[in-house]
Design a protein around this ligand. Structure first.
Ligand code: PEP
Length: 251
């Protein structure tokens, strides 16, 4: 049985005060059941205060990105050591916005996953095709490349760490949620890919979550699919009410 995973990606939203307010509301409204792993990814500036606020609550903290090196002359970057220091245990890696706006390649993403593993941080490894790629019938080719290159060089124990987030780029922030059938098809494909790259044990234990305009209304249909193990939520994670409603759909 794979424990459902629900993560909130706050992106470049929330000042420190706003982040604290949201963290408090989440803490107050979180269901008592711990059958779902709940994770929030605030912006760097709010990581420490949110970690302090959520101490003792059943919510894990994630960073939205890291640099691959432990330290060095990389102006403007944040290292895995630094995010761990704030209380983070997970990191979103290779989000499509990082790929699109900051030129992140499969090779760079592979290095960042390696940095996570070296620092006992669980990667939330994002993959997904663009609309153009889907329309050209290239979904399987693109996902094969992203998964294989992202995990290149990692052994089965390392590949088992963290979660994979399937986030079709055309569904992110657009309100165009993938249908449960479309998402299930891709999740099943990714699981088969893992079985081919590693083995069936790794593939069947790995949590593969869906991301792309998931809402309280669309969550249940998606997460009840056999290969969908939760969700990475953007817009709907910015309000406690909608994020908690999605968490409750997983219980
Ligand atoms: C995301 O950015 O990871 C995401 C899924 O965003 P949204 O839910 O807003 O589509």
């Amino acid at each position: 049985m794979r424990r459902p995973w629900i993560g909130g990606n706050w992106k470049m939203h929330k000042t420190i005060g706003e982040a604290l307010e949201l963290a408090r509301a989440l803490k107050a409204g979180l269901p008592a059941a711990d059958s779902v792993e709940v994770v929030v990814a605030p912006p760097y500036t709010a990581l420490k205060v949110v970690a302090d606020e959520l101490r003792g609550a059943a919510v894990q903290l994630a960073a939205q990105n890291i640099h691959w090196a432990d330290q060095g002359a990389y102006t403007g970057e944040i290292s895995p050591v630094m995010v761990r220091d704030t209380g983070c245990r997970q990191v979103i890696i290779g989000h499509s916005e990082r790929r699109q706006w900051f030129g992140e390649t499969d090779e760079l993403i592979n290095k960042k996953i390696g940095a996570c593993l070296n620092h006992d941080l669980e990667p939330v490894f994002c993959v997904g095709e663009t609309l153009e790629e889907r329309e050209a019938g290239r979904v399987e080719e693109v996902l094969t490349r992203q998964v294989r290159e992202g995990l290149r060089g990692f052994n089965r124990g390392e590949a088992a760490r963290g979660v994979i987030a399937y986030e079709p780029v055309w569904a992110i922030g657009t309100g165009k949620t993938a249908t449960p059938e479309t998402a299930q098809q891709v999740h099943s494909f990714i699981r088969d890919l893992l079985a081919g790259l590693y083995d069936k044990t790794v593939a069947s234990a790995k949590r593969i979550v869906y991301g792309g305009s998931m809402t309280p209304e669309t969550a249940r249909g998606l997460i009840t699919q056999p290969d969908i193990d939760g969700g990475l939520i953007g817009g709907a994670s910015l309000k406690a009410e909608s994020f908690l409603a999605i968490v409750k759909e997983c219980i």
